[in-house]
Design a protein around this ligand. Sequence first.
Ligand code: NDP
Ligand code: OXD
Length: 306
Amino acid sequence: MRISFCCTDTSATEWLDGLRAALPQAEVSLWHSGAPLADYAVVWAPPQTFFDEQTQLKAVFNTGAGVDALLRLRLPPDLRIVRLDDAGMAQQMAEYVCHALLRYTRGFARYAQQAAHAQWKQHDALTAAHCPVGILGLGVLGEQVARAVAALGFPVNGWSRSPKHLPGVQRFCGAQELPAFLAASRVLVCLLPLTPDTRDLLNGARLALLQPGGYLINVARGAHVVDEDLLALLESGHLAGATLDVFRTEPLPSAHPFWTHPHITVTPHISARTLVAESIAQIAGKIIAVEQGQPVRGEVDLRRGY
Ligand code: NDP
Ligand code: OXD
């Protein structure tokens, strides 16, 4: 069996060595234009040439959870794409969101600014019970984030395409229920895949439905949010701030106003990083399952876009 590895921004050696160790029966190599045809591919944001040349793939394994960069390419209509299914990302995401949430409700950013000037001043904090958190997307990551946030005592609302029953989560579903979901939430956490239905979803009209003094945590994709609309709502005071891990252009350009905004916290797409060992173990297990004709979790529905 031949496996082609094609990732633009990662350490290839660790992946190649790990895949060879996990699948000793396979011939694993780094892709280059003109490389022999492979049976399986392990990829992150490959170029179009990759798919133009690799025409015999039985399945493609994405080394991340989001497949938007793959689905932008011209792909064979029946291509099997399998994304990472947690692989250690859900725990990281829950930690990141809980940190951002508590930083907002307990005013830690303000205390950090005060400390820089040796200023001793106490402020009232928001209590968890009075700060409903809305989670857009209740998939592999959203579900674990919802559980972690609920365990901290926050009321949790969840929005998904199909109805989801999670203990302690008030469920909203489909486009029709989005306005009610937003109006019931003060903090909004975005954990949606980027698809034609979700691109630009968080525009001014929708963000304005959040409760006054609201807060946005975007850990999904930058193109979910209309940047200028977010800035306008921060300017008007309707939103108190935002923690943003993902951006329309990455790296975030140095002149972008998000970098210097006093109420925006920027992190460089690190809320849930791909853990190489866990991911290789998952992908190797799935390659064996596909070879044996068994179903695998995380198979992408190309029509839905995630
Ligand atoms: P899943 O596919 O498991 O979950 C997606 C969720 O979004 C599902 O609940 C789905 O609903 C819901 N959804 C999709 N489209 C719509 C829609 N049109 N309306 C309402 N709900 C919708 O994905 P993951 O949880 O694994 O990952 C989510 C995203 O997080 C990834 O696509 C990626 O972009 C991002 N990500 C970011 C990382 C980072 O470091 N910043 C790291 C990893 C992922 P339903 O359940 O009904 O299908
Ligand atoms: C992912 C990501 O989708 O890292 O896995 O953004």
